[in-house]
Design a protein around this ligand. Structure first.
Ligand code: PMP
Length: 426
């Protein structure tokens, strides 16, 4: 056990999750690579859990941040802030939400908390619909609605939450159904729930469940839900904390795969837009955003230093068509991994889209999750010089692949080869 690990264990909470039997201390990064304190170099297929959206140490972002740091790090949202207005204008326009207003926070948790505050106030209801196996953050209200039991340490909640089927297809009662039948069964389930409760304020859902193991229902699921919700005035909150900014390749936002009935009422974002600096936020129609009748600010939400990072990062992302890169390179990676999967009995499926790919591991010949296999693959890929993530329900048995969006074809192949050998060694 390293000295730093021992000190970590003695002063930080036991529940602060750590990867690897011998945890890594990352000291620096460049492009799609990071280095640890012992000088080992890794290809990064997890992007610091999707926070490094474009590339590590991207010169454009570094320059913007250091220039801003030389001027002022932070004033206050009580004063006008040019960078915040500019980033809000860009995000409002990109969101697809008409008459959009943007509020910046410092994390995805706080963004979702704000979305819940808006929805419950607007609808005068503290009942929320959330998806089974979902993850929405770690504040009291966010854990209260999180459906993934492994990440929800309390059953007490300020909100009454009802859980909806649809985010997971690998197992569960509807797993063997066709897309259309799956959607119809989930819609029936939703109608049934709604028949037994006070009118909820909103449905909150991740278009692709992140912590849940990069799993999703069929395209169009949320459009079908939307019809049922709209009949009753129930809002739809899309949690785009992992799926936004082109990561899914085909679309800029995850909701667009379900977009037949238009954009969500409220959209939350965080993680990668700051390329590692802490930006979160909420986008909603003005009518919803402005329903609060008391003042509010977020001290560090919208601070100049993070807005400078966000603007530089967003410009780079759009100018270099990283969404297109996610589609192309992610498509190749998916094909390559599906080829390997066909030969490794532990792999139940390879799923996802763009550069958000999940590999579900099971005990061979069964449908049972295999968390030990997932842990073994993580150790083996690390030994081979590749960082990946894991996720899933309580039994974490899905591998998660979410590299910086500038991943090259050669790097995709290099990483796939390391992953292949780790999977074959199971
Ligand atoms: N929503 C989703 C979908 C997430 O994946 C996360 C973080 N894993 C959050 C919300 C919470 O974001 P944060 O950790 O920035 O509070």
């Amino acid at each position: 056990m390293s000295d730093l690990y021992a000190r970590h264990r003695s002063v930080l909470p036991d529940w602060l999750a750590l990867y690897y039997e011998d945890p890594i201390e990352i000291t620096h990064g460049e492009g799609r690579h990071v280095w640890d304190s012992e000088g080992n170099k890794y290809l990064d297929f997890f992007g610091g859990i999707l926070t490094t959206m474009t590339a590590h140490a991207l010169p454009e972002v570094t320059k913007a941040v250091s220039e801003q740091a030389g001027r002022i790090l932070h004033s206050s949202t009580l004063y006008l802030n040019r960078q915040m207005v500019e980033l809000a204008e860009r995000i409002a326009q990109l969101s697809g939400i008409p008459d959009a207003r943007v509020f910046f926070t410092t994390s995805g948790t706080e963004a979702n908390d704000t979305a819940l505050l808006l929805a419950t106030t607007h609808r005068r209801s503290n009942t929320i619909l959330a998806m089974r196996n979902s993850y929405h953050g770690r504040s009291f209200s966010a854990v209260g609605i999180t459906g993934n039991r492994g990440w929800s340490p309390t059953s007490l909640s300020p909100l009454q939450t009802l859980y909806v089927h649809g985010g997971v297809r690998t197992r569960g009662p509807y797993a063997s159904l066709s897309d259309a039948d799956f959607i119809a069964a989930c819609v029936d389930d939703l109608r049934d729930l709604l028949g037994h409760t006070r009118p909820p304020a909103a449905l909150i859902a991740e278009p692709i469940q992140g912590v849940g193991g990069f799993t999703s229902g069929p395209d169009g699921l949320y459009a079908a839900f939307r019809e049922v919700l709209a009949e009753r005035g129930i809002l739809w909150i899309a949690d785009e904390v992992q799926t936004g900014w082109g990561r899914t390749g085909d679309h800029f936002w995850g909701w667009q795969a379900h977009g037949r009935n238009g954009p969500p009422d409220i959209l939350t974002f965080a993680k990668g837009i700051g390329n590692g600096s802490s930006i979160g936020g909420v986008v909603a129609r003005a009518e919803i955003m402005n329903c609060l009748d008391a003042n509010s600010i977020s001290t560090f939400g919208g601070t100049q230093i993070t807005m400078a990072a966000g603007l530089a990062n967003l410009n780079y992302l759009l100018e270099h068509d990283l969404q297109g890169n996610a589609r192309r390179v992610g498509g190749l990676l998916m094909e390559r991994l599906r080829g390997v999967a066909a030969q490794v009995p532990h792999v139940r499926e390879v799923r996802g889209r763009g550069l958000m790919l999940g590999v579900e591991l099971v005990k061979p010949g069964t449908d049972q999750a295999d968390p030990d296999a997932a842990a073994a693959v993580l150790e083996a890929t690390r030994a081979g010089g590749l960082l990946i993530g894991k996720g899933g329900g309580h039994n974490t048995s899905a591998l998660r692949i979410a590299p910086p969006l500038s991943l090259t074809v050669a790097e995709a192949e290099e990483g796939a080869a390391i992953l292949e050998s780790a999977l074959r060694s199971l």
